[in-house]
Design a protein around this ligand. Structure first.
Ligand SMILES: Cc1cc2nc3c(=O)[nH]c(=O)nc-3n(C[C@H](O)[C@H](O)[C@H](O)COP(=O)(O)OP(=O)(O)OC[C@H]3O[C@@H](n4cnc5c(N)ncnc54)[C@H](O)[C@@H]3O)c2cc1C
Ligand SMILES: NC(=O)c1ccc[n+]([C@@H]2O[C@H](COP(=O)([O-])OP(=O)(O)OC[C@H]3O[C@@H](n4cnc5c(N)ncnc54)[C@H](OP(=O)(O)O)[C@@H]3O)[C@@H](O)[C@H]2O)c1
Length: 374
């Protein structure tokens, strides 16, 4: 259940399952959030902002480390407001990341002379402590303890994360779906977990009250007429807004243009999210689908390789006025898709490389080439 005031929405997770089969190397979760009463006038392409909380066990351990009580009243150095220590450590500061200010403060206050020297040397060398979260850092470099008020000004604030809504409003106004990739990696030999993705994956269903907000997309807008053919390019979780759009099409809320989706993931047997849904759209004649499973063969096949294979038809679609929407990884996929589109302009449109870049710029100006990448 939820309530909404001044842009803040409260929601509850009512369903959650992993979209990958067990032998996958990845975890991407389908999460259904009850927003009953939220009056969320969302559209495909919009996102939800989530305010994560730090894990309870980390907060408990940290309170113990500071030799304080959960109910101790502290002063938030950023706002000068009072707060309960537990609430402050759970909801206000990001315990996942160590700021350089925090490192400096520990350097000034740590009991152990040996560690103080190590920290000062690291700060001087501009060495980051990316492998550490706050508790890890304190236990390693200030095992003798420090006072909360001596280091509290070094905490970083929690910032919300955005997630594309992967369901359509016509299917349900009371629930939204998210498609969340679990961030988990190793750094300096330590396991690091993304704060918000892991919060969403571990928050108790039907119990935890999530703090959310609606982030309408000003730029990532789907065509509103059925005259504009739609090419959707999404790898991994980037497929989320396209599911929302196709759900609207399926529900008859949108008179669809010709729709074409390029979807990429690692392996077909384990990572083909929403396979039944996509196959149903294809079977109903609502969607053309091209798939790129990067790890199903020795060499990588990505969405842009499939686009290149279909370059002549893609160019024809562009000639017919198609809009291109790209969603997903910014650093790798979106960059390479952009280069691929320019190459298609050269190959199929007989454009010079400079003219192909101008053509893409023009598409962007016309709102026919838009991206939501992260
Ligand atoms: C408009 C928009 C829509 C989005 N939609 C979605 C969506 O639908 N689904 C989705 O899953 N995400 C989506 N995201 C991304 C999402 O907002 C978060 O950034 C993501 O979930 C990570 O947040 P986190 O709190 O779990 O990780 P954080 O605690 O923020 O940690 C992430 C950081 O960890 C580091 N990191 C991550 N992986 C590695 C690695 N392998 N090696 C070293 N360092 C690493 C990087 O510094 C990275 O910035 C979207 C982002 C935007 C801007
Ligand atoms: N979903 C998860 O389980 C998961 C897990 C950990 C972290 N994350 C993080 O969450 C964010 C979003 O991840 P995501 O799940 O949406 O997917 P992603 O990591 O972007 O991967 C989706 C697909 O894109 C492929 N890819 C890699 N480089 C590419 C390129 N240059 N061009 C085109 N495709 C390329 C990947 O192939 P290859 O991987 O085979 O190269 C994979 O098949 C990323 O920052 C990611 O690091 C997600």
């Amino acid at each position: 259940m939820m309530s909404s005031s001044q842009g803040c929405i409260r929601g509850t997770i009512v369903e959650r399952y992993c979209l990958n089969k067990p032998s996958s190397s990845r975890q991407t979760w389908h999460i259904v959030i009850d927003i009953t009463g939220g009056h969320l006038p969302f559209r495909p392409g919009d996102s939800i902002g989530v305010w994560p909380k730090n894990p309870e066990e980390i907060v408990r351990e940290l309170i113990r480390y500071f030799h304080l009580l959960p109910t101790t009243t502290i002063i938030d150095p950023r706002t000068q407001q009072t707060a309960l220590l537990r609430t402050y450590l759970e909801e206000v500061v990001d315990l996942n990341r160590v700021s350089s200010r925090f490192v400096e403060l520990i350097g000034q206050t740590a009991m152990s002379h040996e560690n103080r020297q190590e920290i000062c040397a690291a700060v001087a060398a501009d060495r980051s402590f990316e492998g550490y979260d706050v508790l890890d850092f304190l236990r390693t470099f200030a095992p003798g303890g420090v006072a909360f008020e001596d280091v509290s000004s070094g905490f970083l604030p929690i910032i919300p994360r955005l997630y594309s809504i992967s369901s359509g409003p016509t299917r349900s106004v009371n629930c939204i779906d998210l498609t969340v990739g679990r961030v988990q990696y190793e750094c300096d030999g330590r396991l690091r977990l993304g704060l918000c993705s892991n919060y969403l994956i571990s928050a108790p269903p039907h119990a935890a009250s999530l703090r959310l907000f609606h982030q309408p997309s000003s730029h990532f807008a789907f065509p509103t007429t059925s005259d504009t053919p739609l090419v959707m390019i999404g790898s991994g979780t980037g497929v989320a807004p396209f599911r929302a759009y196709m759900q609207e099409v399926e529900m008859g809320a949108i008179t669809p243009p010709p729709c074409w989706l390029f979807f990429g993931e690692q392996q077909r047997t384990t990572d083909f999210f929403y396979e039944e849904f996509w196959n149903a759209q294809v079977a109903a004649g609502r969607l053309r689908l091209d798939l790129a499973f990067s790890q199903d063969q020795e060499h990588k096949i990505y969405v842009q390789h499939r686009m290149w294979e279909r370059r002549s038809e893609l160019w024809q679609w562009l000639d017919d006025g198609a809009a291109i929407l790209v969603c997903g990884n910014a650093k790798k996929m979106a960059k390479d898709v952009d280069a691929c589109l320019a190459n298609i302009g050269v190959s199929e449109g007989s454009l010079s490389p400079e003219a192909a870049l101008r053509f893409l710029r023009q598409l962007r100006h016309q709102g026919r080439y838009i991206r939501d990448v992260y």
